[in-house]
Design a protein around this ligand. Structure first.
Ligand SMILES: [Zn+2]
Length: 431
C-alpha cells in the first residue's frame, strides 16, 4: 500500500526512458536502443524502445511528444514519491491520484506492483497504467481535460512450453514429474491412444516430448491450450503428431508425413463408460429370456449421457425401431455403418440425410425399446457385416489434403528440426 508520509529526500536516480517509437521516425538519433524487458503490464515490446538518459534533440525531423517510464511500488512509498520517480510533475494528476475515489486502486497498490506512466516532456501526465491488486488492468488518462480511470480489456498472451518425460510407472506419473498441466497430459493421452494402448503397451523407459500452449490473462495463467506437437517413443517405436490449422476453424493432428493421427472412428461413442455387455455371437438375453447373438456392445451410462457420432457421416435413419427403441443409423465413407440404440432422446434438430462430424452430439443415453436399464447399444458394420467395435481395426482419418501439403510441410519440417534438437539435449539428460 502507498502511505501518505511526507515526501522523503529526493534521490538521484538513473533515468530509464520508455519512448514510444511511433512518435520517433528517426531512430538513429538515439544513443541506445533496445527492446524493453518483459513487463508485467505487457506493453507491446516491439513498439517500445529504451533510451538511457540522453533525450533526443528536438528538431523538425523528430518530434518526441511523450515518454513512458516504469516504476515499482516500494515499501513506504507515498503518492508524491512515486509520481516523482515516474517523472510526473502535474498538480491535477497528483490531486486526482491522491483523492479521487476512482483512483483508490492506485493508492492500494502493494509493494512490487509495476506502474507505467506516459508523460509530456514537461512532466504532465498523459496515461498511467497498472495492474490492480485484483488483477484488472487500470488505465488513467485525461478526457475533456479531466482525469478518469477505466479498466482495460484483458491482455491475453500465449506462450509455448516444452516438456520431456520418461515412463517409470504410468503415463500420468510421468507427465506430473515432467511438470505438465493435467489438460496437456490428457491431450497427450488422447493424441496417441489410437496407436498406443496406454494400459497394456506402455513400458518403463518410454519417452515423450510435448510442446503445448498456455494462455495468460494479464500475466496470470488462464488456461492450458492445445498441444502443438508431440513425440512418443513406445517400445522403441516413434510416434509423432503435429497440429496443423488450415483456417480459423479447422485444425487437426498429422504425422510429419501428413497422415492423420486421428482414426476415422472413435472407439466409443460415449466418454468414460464401461462395456456392460460385449460383442458375441451367442448370449442369453435377459429380457427375451432366450439365447441370442449380441451383434454390438452395450455401454452402461446414466440416462441423459451425451452420445457422439464416432465418425463423419450421414444420418440414414432416425426414429423408433422395435427392440432398439429410439435409434440412429449413420453411414460413413460408403462401406461403414454405425448404429446407436435405446436413446432417451435425439440431439435437437437432427434429421435424416443430415451430415454429422466425428464427435458431434447426436443424442442421449436412455432405455427405450428392450432394455433392462439405461445403456447405449452400439453396432459397427462393414459392408453390412457386424464387427466388434472394440476390436475392429479402425481406418485412419483423411491425410492432409494436397492443397495444404506445402504449407503443412513447412510446419512439419520446423517441428522435426526442433524435436531433433530437443531430443539431443533434453532426452540426453534423461538417459
Ligand atoms: Zn446391446
Amino acid at each position: 500500500m502507498l502511505t501518505q508520509n511526507p515526501l522523503s529526500q529526493e534521490r538521484k536516480r538513473k533515468l530509464r526512458w520508455f519512448i514510444v517509437l511511433s512518435t520517433m521516425p528517426l531512430l538513429g538519433v538515439l544513443t541506445a536502443f533496445g527492446l524493453v524487458p518483459q513487463s508485467d503490464l505487457g506493453l507491446p515490446a516491439a513498439k517500445v524502445a529504451i533510451e538511457e538518459i540522453a533525450l533526443p534533440t528536438v528538431n523538425d525531423a523528430i518530434t518526441v511528444t511523450s515518454f513512458w517510464r516504469s516504476e515499482r511500488v516500494q515499501r513506504g512509498d507515498t503518492v508524491a514519491e512515486l509520481l516523482s520517480r515516474l517523472n510526473i510533475d502535474d498538480a491535477a494528476a497528483s490531486t486526482f491520484l491522491r483523492n479521487a475515489p476512482e483512483a483508490e486502486s492506485f493508492r492500494k497498490l502493494s509493494v512490487g506492483k509495476e506502474i507505467q506512466a506516459e508523460t509530456t516532456d514537461t512532466g504532465s501526465l498523459i496515461t498511467l497504467r497498472y495492474l490492480g491488486n485484483n488483477g484488472a488492468q487500470v488505465l488513467i488518462d485525461k478526457q475533456n481535460g479531466l482525469f478518469q480511470a477505466s479498466i482495460l480489456p484483458a491482455q491475453l498472451e500465449k506462450r509455448l512450453f516444452v516438456r520431456t518425460g520418461e515412463i517409470k510407472t504410468n503415463l500420468y506419473a510421468a507427465t506430473d514429474a515432467a511438470g505438465m498441466p493435467e489438460a496437456a497430459a490428457n491431450q497427450l493421452h488422447e493424441l496417441f491412444s489410437g496407436d498406443i494402448d496406454f494400459h497394456h503397451d506402455l513400458r518403463v523407459g518410454d519417452k515423450f516430448t510435448v510442446v503445448y500452449e498456455m494462455t495468460y490473462h494479464n500475466g496470470a495463467l488462464q488456461s492450458t491450450g492445445r498441444i502443438q506437437s508431440a513425440e512418443f517413443i513406445n517400445q522403441g517405436r516413434v510416434y509423432r503428431a503435429i497440429y496443423f490449422q488450415k483456417d480459423d476453424q479447422h485444425g487437426d493432428y498429422y504425422t510429419p508425413e501428413g497422415k492423420s493421427v486421428r482414426k476415422a472412428f472413435l472407439r466409443s461413442p460415449i466418454e468414460y463408460s464401461r462395456v456392460s455387455s460385449g460383442f458375441s455371437n451367442s448370449r442369453f438375453h435377459p429380457l427375451l429370456n432366450k439365447w441370442k447373438a449380441h451383434k454390438g456392445v452395450d455401454f452402461a451410462a446414466p440416462t441423459g449421457t451425451k452420445i457422439k457420432a464416432t465418425a463423419d457421416g450421414v444420418v440414414t435413419y432416425i426414429g423408433k425401431e422395435n427392440g432398439y427403441g429410439n435409434i440412429i443409423r449413420i453411414k460413413h465413407q460408403g462401406r461403414y455403418t454405425t448404429v446407436y440404440g435405446h436413446l432417451s432422446r435425439f440431439a435437437q434438430g437432427l434429421h435424416r440425410g443430415q451430415r454429422v462430424a466425428q464427435g458431434e452430439l447426436i443424442g442421449y443415453v436412455g432405455m427405450t425399446g428392450l432394455a433392462s436399464g439405461p445403456h447405449l447399444h452400439y453396432e459397427f458394420k462393414i459392408n453390412g457385416q457386424h464387427h466388434n467395435p472394440m476390436r475392429v481395426a479402425l481406418p485412419d482419418a483423411q491425410p492432409i489434403s494436397s492443397s495444404y501439403q506445402e504449407a503443412f510441410q513447412v510446419v512439419a519440417d520446423d517441428f522435426v528440426a526442433r524435436l531433433n534438437l530437443l531430443r539431443n539435449t533434453n532426452l540426453a539428460k534423461l538417459d
